[in-house]
Design a protein around this ligand. Structure first.
Ligand code: EPU
Length: 419
């Protein structure tokens, strides 16, 4: 992992054009799903980031042959073997949990330690476990480790305990090779869930209802390997759009489906930021004054994404008036505000899910730290808007989710160095 600190001198107006990388949260399940076939798959537009490298490492340990070159991953899963995955392998990221569905479907057995990842409050796995049970899996342990077995998965009519991204992805990956039909009610519909489903269909699966909260999966006997291009990262696009707005810049962001961010564009418009949408990109225009938003409420897709809550809050520190934030998914996702406070942000935390932000304030460069992937991105954004130099530590969190972010920002005119 590339440790170090960022030193960012704020106040530079960003301009130019930038292409976003492939989506981390789509690439991770897609790489796991390659295990469902014994044939080779070639996945392009994979971001070269720490989380992908951690996953590739685990896939190699269970017997996959992998080549990762120029954002393309070739996975040959012909000879994978059952192997318990210990703490040291899965501790780096929550997404290791995505191995359960495909391993259960292909090898009928999986044992792993509890996955690590960002501290975002309680992140239980009950929704995953319940769904596997309904497909006929036997849960041998879900307290000390995760240990699940099956004699053969069978399609079922499942109502998910909660709308969860990775639990939906897991149950879909398990169900594509199950006997008979599975219905997943209360499925997550995020663009990365959709991308995984499209990949599985390209492998020969039969999934319908993609993009809705009700998926129907007709089980098939086997899947083939295939070539697939991962969708652009709408979360990175949103982050770069905020960077442009914070510096009052003019930036074209390419390589995404702007339709993935409808509620984000709505909120951006409410702040007074203008933009032009194209088919595969968006151009952010300079604005006059930033206005507070009445309420920024995160929720499952297509509502405002929780992963853009912290970045957007930085923009709200520069907006005139009182903005309310309501984070409905995670209770640990307002902690970054205490870092922003060191830079001069004014806010009040109402409860673990709600805060108000008072703006505008002048942010100043001080040493700060990143808390998780998206809070890390928020720190970079705050630094771009601040007076003076901001030193950001713990940037390994940022490396987990953003490919070459400093190069992209530098190309747009930011003064950012990694030391
Ligand atoms: N939940 C349960 N039980 C479960 C699973 C989830 O109660 O078994 C709850 C969680 O506590 C939370 C809610 O369901 O309140 C939603 O969590 P979800 O399961 O959807 O989150 P996740 O699947 O663990 C994915 C992303 C996160 C993103 C969330 C929400 C991946 C690999 N991770 O996590 O991304 O914040 O969905 O959209 O797709 C990130 O990229 O920085 C990141 C944290």
């Amino acid at each position: 992992m590339n440790m170090g600190k960022y030193f960012i001198k704020g106040g530079e107006r960003l301009s130019g054009s930038v292409r976003v990388s492939g989506s981390k949260n789509a690439a991770l399940p897609i790489l796991c799903a390659t295990l469902l076939s014994s044939q080779k798959s070639v996945i392009s537009n994979v971001p070269d980031i720490a989380d992908i490298k951690s996953l590739i490492n685990i896939l190699e340990q269970i017997g996959c042959k992998i080549v990762f070159e120029k954002n393309t991953v070739t996975v040959d899963p012909a000879n994978i073997k059952y192997k318990p995955l210990s703490q040291d392998k899965v501790c780096r990221m929550r997404a290791s949990i995505l191995l359960i569905g495909p391993l259960l479907a292909r090898l009928k057995r999986v044992k792993m330690s509890f996955p690590g990842g960002c501290i975002l409050g309680k992140r239980p796995i009950d929704t995953h476990v319940e769904a596997f049970k309904q497909l006929g899996a036997q849960i041998l342990d879900d307290k000390q480790n995760i240990h699940i077995k099956t004699k053969g998965l069978k399609g079922a009519d499942i109502v998910m305990k909660e709308i969860s991204v990775t639990a939906t992805e897991n149950v879909v990956m398990a169900a594509v090779l199950a006997e008979g039909e599975t219905k997943v009610n209360l499925a997550a519909a995020e663009p990365h869930v959709q991308d995984l489903c499209k990949f599985l269909n390209k492998m020969g699966a039969s999934i319908s209802g993609i993009g809705t909260h009700e998926l129907t999966i007709r089980g098939v006997k086997s899947l083939k390997g295939c070539e697939y291009k991962v969708t652009g990262d709408y979360l990175e696009a949103g982050t770069l759009a905020i960077a442009a707005a914070l510096t009052n810049g003019e930036v074209e962001i390419k390589g995404i489906n702007p339709g993935h961010l409808h509620s984000f564009w709505q909120k951006l418009e409410e702040t007074g930021v203008g933009f032009t949408m194209g088919k595969s990109g968006v151009k952010i225009h300079p604005h006059k004054k930033l206005k507070a938003v009445r309420k920024l409420k995160t929720a499952v897709y297509p509502s405002f994404p929780t992963d853009l809550q912290a970045p957007f809050a930085v923009l709200l520190t520069q907006a005139k008036g009182v903005s309310k934030i309501h984070e409905t998914l995670f209770e640990g996702r307002l902690n970054y505000l205490f870092e922003l406070e060191k830079m001069g942000a004014k806010f009040e935390i109402l409860n673990p899910h709600q805060a108000i932000i008072l703006g505008p304030v002048k942010l100043r460069g001080v040493p700060i730290s990143s808390w998780d992937i998206r809070a890390g991105a928020a720190m970079i954004l705050a630094a771009l808007a601040a007076k003076g130099t901001t030193e950001i530590s713990n940037i390994e969190f940022i490396d987990r989710g953003y490919e070459n972010i400093e190069h992209k920002l530098k190309k747009l005119g930011a003064k950012i160095e990694r030391k």
